[in-house]
Design a protein around this ligand. Structure first.
Ligand code: SRM
Ligand code: SF4
Length: 566
């Protein structure tokens, strides 16, 4: 690399170049009982190991209380019972006694102090779960439809998601040495600098990279919001036969307030590939991004900006060149709705699965609702497979008829109903973690959202709209971790207790919403929405969804008002 190019690289790029093994000084700091936190450079390396250094923001006034968040790598969100039991125990022993289902079908442990960090990560590895590449400038947790209702096709797609996930894992030995063997990587500085990952090279990716699979007609993985998407195409004559996938590229959500050069984006269609080519095409997309993404400005480094600026034709040609084959034309397909199913449903193999609503994805115990204890006991007694959904909910899969009633009874004893668990507006909605753990939060999200939904439910009840399907998402900042820009109603944190309201995403999660109001106080959000909800009730056509009504009626009005004032 020329000295001038080097000078322009962002700080993260220089760090990766200085130690491509990603070991940093993590082993040394872990071995030091006096250290309660890791240094700034290691904060970047440790992300590639699936870990974030955080501090409890509720306690900042009295000084920084350091702690760590650990994220697992769980392709398709599949968690066998034995692993779940281990996860639960680790959360109690080393975390804040909760587990958090993420918006990408993974699990997080929060509130882990440094003295428990290695034990937790080692415990996960002992349960045969890795955290490598759950964060960092690499391919993240691969999403795939968790609902077993699509039978054989689900199994095939989950298997492909796993293959892609495995093929895109970085190869550094640092992770294993530090967390599993509990020792430093035994290499000199020169040897470390000489390391080169066969796929990622020395500098890994310019930024994070996200992959998801979908099975039509469901879009439960929000496939258009991912860097790389695979939409399964089944044989119309035999829906159990997987013909291949439409490949999408260049979706993303994150943006920054007041910076028009950053924006959410819906992915473009690249073409169709057969299942045997899935890994090759994933590698081709990833390396095309590796070599074309912006490494000077991390706010402009995601794949979506490459697609937006160089165009889909250029990118497709680049992918085809690297893959060594041409993509066939995209096949016609329709994704119609989000898709989590709640309550008991029969699987195609005669067994059952139960969809459970998990408020904001937080698995914990309260006096009346002991979800954490219940999930642990069900896992111990009946060993179903747990599956995490991209809307932060949980499925218990592969349950026999004889266990179905016992599980229902056990859940009821813990205050959990399996029928009518909540109204649709809650079931389809989600909020990001935000305060007190997220270092980037500008406003509350997870802790504020349930109360907001209560008030919204009240207002919808007065309009007779309480049973309507609505996709509502909230985040504590514009980074978009709960994918708020795809929602029918999105609330995005702007400052403490202030939110932007965005309206008009589609029920099929293929259309971005648009700004409606900015910097609204938390207590005024429902009042701001009431006029447009009332108009929806009075002016909708048939069963028109809220997002479609906004796009049909409100957006043209906003455009006309803008044109007038211009
Ligand atoms: Fe996220 C950063 C939590 C899904 C876009 N995200 C963060 C951090 C790690 C804050 C930080 O960098 O210090 C948050 C940790 C909070 C905490 O205390 O746990 C965080 N993101 C989450 C999770 C846990 C939200 C949740 O409530 O479920 C999700 C974990 C998913 C997983 O298992 O891998 C999560 N993040 C997302 C998504 C949704 C998705 O991927 O489908 C997005 C938008 C999609 C996208 O990437 O475009 C997302 N997170 C971001 C961004 C903005 C990136 C950008 O391109 O601008 C950041 C900030 C950053 O990377 O600098 C961020
Ligand atoms: Fe934190 Fe913002 Fe992501 Fe919410 S959206 S978890 S506040 S980074």
């Amino acid at each position: 690399m020329s000295p001038s190019l080097n000078a322009q690289l962002s700080k993260n790029e220089l760090l990766k170049l200085a130690d491509p093994t990603l070991a940093g000084t993590l082993a040394e700091t872990l071995a030091d009982p006096a250290a309660d936190h890791i240094c700034e450079d290691d904060e970047q390396f440790i992300k590639f190991h699936g870990i974030y250094q955080q501090d409890d923001r509720d306690l900042r006034k009295t000084g920084k209380k350091y702690m760590f968040m650990i994220r697992a790598r769980l392709p398709a969100g599949v968690v066998p019972a034995a692993q779940y039991i281990a996860f639960d125990k680790l959360a109690t022993a080393y975390g804040n006694d909760t587990l958090r289902i993420t918006s990408r079908q993974s699990l997080q442990w929060h509130g882990v102090v440094k003295s428990g960090l290695r034990a937790l990560v080692k415990g996960l590895n002992d349960a045969l779960i890795t955290t490598i590449a759950a964060c960092g400038d690499v391919n993240r947790n691969v999403m795939a439809p968790p609902t077993p209702s699509q039978g054989v096709l689900s199994d095939l797609v989950i298997a492909d998601a796993r293959r892609v996930s495995d093929a895109l894992i970085p190869e550094t030995r640092a992770y294993h040495e530090i967390w599993v063997n509990g020792q430093a990587l035994n290499l000199s500085t020169e040897e470390k600098q000489a390391f080169e990952d066969p796929l990622y090279g020395k500098q890994y990716l310019p930024r994070k990279f996200k992959t998801a699979f979908a099975i039509p007609p469901l879009n439960d993985t929000d496939v258009y919001s991912n860097c790389l998407g695979f939409v399964a195409i089944a044989d119309p004559a035999d829906p159990t036969r997987l013909l291949g996938y439409n490949v999408l590229a260049g979706g993303g959500q994150g943006m920054s307030h007041g910076n028009a050069a950053t924006y959410p984006r819906v992915a473009d269609d690249l073409g169709f590939v057969t299942p045997d080519k899935v890994v090759d095409v994933a590698k081709a997309v990833l390396t095309a991004y590796r070599d074309s993404g912006d490494r000077t400005n991390r706010k402009h480094a995601r794949l979506k900006y490459v697609l937006a600026e160089r165009g889909v034709e250029w990118f497709r040609a680049e992918v085809e060149k690297r893959a060594g084959f041409s993509l066939e034309p995209t096949r016609p397909v329709e994704l119609t709705r989000q898709g989590d199913l709640f309550g008991w449903h029969k699987q195609s193999d005669g067994r059952w699965f139960l969809g459970l609503y998990v408020e904001t994805g937080r698995i914990h115990d309260t006096a009346k609702y002991r979800l954490k204890s219940a999930l642990r006991q069900v896992a111990e007694l009946y060993a179903p497979e747990y599956r995490l959904t991209p809307t932060q909910n949980l499925l218990m899969a592969n349950v026999s008829s004889e266990h179905k009633y016992a599980i229902t009874a056990l859940l009821a004893e813990h205050g959990i109903q399996v029928e009518r668990q909540a109204r649709s507006l809650r079931l389809n909605s989600m909020a990001c973690v935000s305060l007190p753990t997220c270092g980037l939060a500008l406003a509350e999200s997870e802790r504020f959202f349930p109360g907001l939904l209560d008030r919204l439910e009240g207002a919808l009840g007065q309009l007779g709209l309480q049973e309507e399907d609505l996709i509502i998402r909230m985040t504590g900042c514009p980074n978009g971790c709960a994918r708020p820009y795809m929602a029918e109603i999105g609330f995005v944190g702007r400052a403490p207790n202030k939110y932007n309201i965005l309206l008009g995403g589609g029920g099929d999660l293929q259309r971005l919403n648009r700004d409606y109001r900015s910097s609204v106080k938390g207590e005024d959000l429902v009042t701001e929405l009431l006029p447009v909800l009332t108009r929806w009730k009075n002016e909708r056509i048939g069963h028109e969804r809220f997002g479609d009504f906004v796009a049909r009626v409100i957006w043209p009005e906003q455009d006309a008002a803008k044109a007038l004032s211009a």
